[in-house]
Write a protein that binds this ligand. Structure first.
Ligand code: SF4
Length: 431
């Protein structure tokens, strides 16, 4: 039986490593140090190539699925540090995307001087109104600064101004060895409650650039993540849990077979694309953060759009051929470990960015005899903690564009809806 649970999903996601300047300094950051050191933003020419790629990709996928939503995350640095002419080029880029239901996230650090940030937020906000482009802001919290009294006060002031201008914002924390020293799961929990924050994305990205450091602290990171699960008593959403838990639900009716597994993996892969700062294209999965399956973590980049010309046939090759090739590579990572062979969570792991963790972290001798990357105990913790909240409905919109609100029902399926009747921007709304 071909299991088609993914066919109801109708959005495409593009994660763009467009901006590399950021005042935060997280060990669990997905940016390679050499790329972060450039501290720059894509040129107008590069943005034009990216928009051309997205438009062609959308065109190809419209032949395959009933596409309703295109979701673009402009990351990974601090967009409120862009120069004014660069902000204009962001708007030109968004205007060039040919899909009417477009949701755009921009990342920020909220660490800069208040007056500087306020001016930048005002400029971004003004241009978004002028161009009729709603922006959803994601603040990445730096754990070292979160626990510093002076920085904590600046965070609060900056965040409250961004909320005043844009409405509800999303929070994220990159977990690495520094997080274990800087903040306990209880302190993060208290910060969420004190500030009435509705949502936090918990990321821990491992690549060849940080694998040695992450290997040494991985057991501690898994314990830290379990602590996050333990403390949350239905107070707010934690993104990694929602992804796993939703897939656990799916798992109950899912019949695993080689054909079903490969189909499921490739069908989800082609709906998410990562574009590196150098223009390398990779498929993306979500687990402990959004992870591009690229040359940074044991996979291969699919093509480069900055150094070569491309057309519809090249995109069709990515969608039809490479999605199957990469699925097989993902599948094969799990066959290398006896503990995965009989594991009930394997269908979840196939689609939750665990394969790049295996390729970067797993030793010949498994770090945990029951799981090559120790993730099993985290999934069990999520599954057994009945008070851990997931699946709350969340309404996102830039305040000025309430009629174009995004309703995030389960945080994996982002849908456009008309939320006018019950919209309460800036306030968490439970289902
Ligand atoms: S939870 Fe661990 S053992 Fe189970 S499939 Fe995933 S990686 Fe393998």
């Amino acid at each position: 039986m071909q299991h088609n649970f993914a066919e109801n999903k109708s959005e495409l996601k593009f994660t763009l490593e467009a901006m590399t300047k950021c005042a935060a300094d997280c060990a669990g950051c997905g940016l390679p140090p050499e790329v972060k050191a450039r501290q720059n933003f894509w040129t107008p020419e590069q943005l034009q190539k990216v928009s051309k790629f997205i438009n062609l990709y959308v065109q190809v996928m419209k032949e395959k699925i009933n596409l309703s939503q295109v979701n673009i995350t402009l990351g990974q640095g601090d967009f409120f540090q862009l120069k004014e002419k660069e902000v204009r080029s962001v708007m030109d880029f968004l205007n060039y995307i040919e899909h009417k239901h477009l949701s755009t996230f921009i990342t920020a650090s909220a660490i800069t001087n208040y007056e500087f940030m306020k001016k930048s937020v005002d400029f971004f906000h003004g241009l978004s109104i002028e161009n009729q482009k709603a922006l959803l802001v994601e603040i990445v919290l730096d754990s070292s600064k979160l626990m510093d009294d002076r920085m904590n006060a600046l965070y609060k002031k900056n965040i409250s101004y961004i909320v005043e201008k844009f409405g509800l914002i999303e929070f994220a924390i990159n977990v690495g060895e520094d997080t274990l020293k800087n903040i306990t799961p209880k302190s993060l929990h208290d910060f969420m409650l004190e500030n009435s924050l509705p949502f936090i994305a918990v990321n821990s990205i491992v690549s060849k650039y940080n694998q040695e450091q992450m290997k040494n602290s991985w057991t501690g990171i898994i314990d830290w993540l379990k602590g996050v699960v333990e403390h949350n008593q239905q107070n707010y959403n934690v993104e990694f849990s929602t992804l796993f838990t939703r897939k656990l639900d799916i798992n109950q009716s899912y019949v695993s077979s080689l054909q079903n597994d490969l189909y499921k993996i490739s069908d989800l892969l082609r709906r998410e694309i990562f574009i590196s700062h150098d223009g390398d294209i990779a498929f993306q999965q979500n687990g402990l953060g959004a992870v591009g399956l690229s040359s940074r973590n044991g996979f291969s980049d699919l093509m480069n759009i900055f150094n070569s010309e491309f057309d519809l046939d090249d995109i069709r090759r990515v969608v039809d051929k490479y999605s199957v090739t990469v699925s097989k590579k993902i599948f094969s990572e799990f066959t290398k470990h006896d503990s995965c062979a009989e594991c009930q969570y394997r269908p979840i792991c196939h689609t939750s960015a665990i394969a790049p963790l295996i390729s970067t972290l797993a030793n010949e001798k498994d770090m945990d005899s029951s799981c090559p990357v120790g993730i099993k105990s985290l999934i069990e913790k999520i599954e057994t903690n009945k008070n851990f909240y997931h699946g709350k409905g969340l309404i996102y919109a830039q305040k000025d564009f309430a009629s174009q609100s995004l309703c995030i029902d389960d945080l994996e399926a982002i849908k456009y809806k008309n939320c006018n009747e019950n919209i309460d921007l800036g306030v968490f709304k439970a289902n």
